[in-house]
Design a protein around this ligand. Structure first.
Ligand code: THU
Length: 138
């Protein structure tokens, strides 16, 4: 049986990851923590670039870290930033999260003031493009 998700621990891991954010341009630090299906933890922060468009968001850093270690299935993700309300992932990150999630995969969005929104990948990206739209995808 799958373990209960420890949301406090996942949020704490996202907060710790946020400390490593490289944000000389926006000063807006974001952290993300993913629990995969096997119970392993992967984290990420946003990494900006002088060529602004090359910036990588915290969520995608965490997903890419998971995939680079050979893991493919997100069980849960927490994201945190110093936003006025719970952080809202950008469209690109929603698409990348969906690639390695199910529609009902839970997402916890947080800020530093204890505002939280518990949602799902499917609610964040309704009618998203996926491998099922590509007839020859495996
Ligand atoms: N950012 C994230 O890392 N995740 C989000 O969910 C929203 C935006 C980053 C990108 C950029 O480094 C900074 O926040 C401001 O847009």
């Amino acid at each position: 049986m799958k373990q209960e998700i420890d949301w406090n621990a996942l949020k704490e891991a996202a907060l710790a990851a946020r400390q490593e954010a490289y944000v000389p341009y926006s000063s807006f630090a974001v952290g993300a923590a993913i629990l995969d299906e096997e119970g392993f933890l992967f984290t990420g922060c946003n990494i900006e670039n002088a060529s602004y468009g090359l910036t990588n968001c915290a969520e995608r850093t965490a997903v890419f870290s998971m995939v680079a270690k050979g893991s493919r299935k997100i069980q849960a993700i927490a994201v945190v930033a110093d936003s006025p309300t719970a952080i809202s992932p950008c469209g690109a990150c929603r698409q990348v999260l969906a690639e390695f999630s199910q529609a009902d995969t839970p997402v916890l969005l947080c800020n530093l003031s204890e505002d939280t929104v518990q949602t799902t990948v499917g609610d964040l990206l309704p009618y998203g493009f996926s491998k099922h739209d590509i007839t020859h995808a495996t």
